[in-house]
Write a protein that binds this ligand. Structure first.
Ligand code: PLP
Length: 285
């Protein structure tokens, strides 16, 4: 996890191309080395002044990739997981048995399956609603019981849309949090945290990586501490490995320079396949 670095004079494309502009202190290399160490040496007083204690939760290469993602999403920080499913389920694992969750009736199938089986076995009360219909969402909320609203927009596989601002307003009115699977939109097209959403998740396996060579998930949030939002992280064994972190960072480096163009082209193609339903997609980056 890396707090978003503020290089206010740089555009998102420049920040991406230079992976936040980090220079290796000793060699002045513009591409930092891949950190593969599983453990870190203690200080003479037995402390860990570097902040790095053990490789499972602490890896600089992964943190560097997370910093780029946080910048893209205008998030306070970001966390990379070993898959999109690991990132998504980590959010639900912050809930307690008896908590009520509202999820879309059309959503990524494996997460829907997990919600219908493992989440229910864990004691969550899950309602599936048509998130394209904001009144249906409103009607499904249970004041005092609903703790999380999970949205996926555009949804896989039907590309149905949810009005994120309205969904965030209704969710917050009952004291719940709202999380969005923004895999299909990518931060090039939608930055949900700027629309009132609390948590954003991506299957970083897809457009964020763009090379079909990394299974990864990303999770970003707007405010508060990690444990306000998620029930599992790298310390629990869900984190991304160092080599995959480097592949992600490499993909993100040529990310916004090329990715906004690639994504626009990709979405142009997808719009062609959705009979005009994709007209909403509009990048301002
Ligand atoms: C919208 C969406 N969310 C989540 C996932 C899960 O991501 P992963 O395969 O990295 O676990 C996928 C994978 O296809 C997806 O399309």
């Amino acid at each position: 996890m890396v707090e978003t670095q503020k290089k206010s004079r740089w555009s998102k494309k420049s920040l991406s191309a230079q992976a936040m502009g980090k220079i290796d202190a000793r060699t002045k290399a513009v591409v930092p080395p891949i950190h593969i160490s599983t453990t870190y040496i203690r200080d003479p007083d037995n402390g860990y002044s570097s902040g790095f204690i053990y490789g499972r939760p602490d890896n600089e290469t992964v943190r560097e990739a997370e910093a780029v993602l946080a910048m893209w999403e205008e998030a306070s920080s970001a966390l990379l997981f070993s898959s999109g499913m690991a990132a998504a389920t980590a959010v639900f694992m912050a809930l307690r048995p008896g908590d009520h969750v509202v999820a879309p009736s059309v959503m990524y199938w494996a997460l829907r399956n997990w919600l219908m089986t493992d989440a229910v076995a864990w004691g969550l009360d899950v309602s599936f609603v048509d998130m394209a219909n904001i009144e249906a969402l409103r009607g499904a909320l249970k004041p005092g019981k609903t703790k999380l609203v999970w949205v996926e927009t555009p949804s896989n596989p039907l590309w149905s849309l949810t009005d994120l601002e309205a969904a965030a307003d209704w969710t917050h009115a009952v004291g719940a949090k709202i999380a969005v699977d923004s895999t299909v939109a990518t931060p090039v097209f939608t930055r949900p945290l700027t629309l009132g959403v609390d948590i954003v998740m991506h299957a970083a396996t897809k457009s964020l990586n763009g090379h079909s060579d990394v299974i990864a998930g990303a999770y970003r949030h707007g405010s508060g501490g990690w444990r306000d939002h998620i029930g599992a992280d790298g310390g629990d064994g869900d984190g991304l490995g160092d080599q995959c972190g480097d592949l992600c960072q490499r993909a993100y480096r040529h990310g916004f320079q090329l990715q906004s163009d690639i994504c626009e082209r990709r979405f142009d193609d997808q719009q062609g396949g959705t009979d005009g339903d994709g007209q909403f997609l509009d990048s301002d980056l």
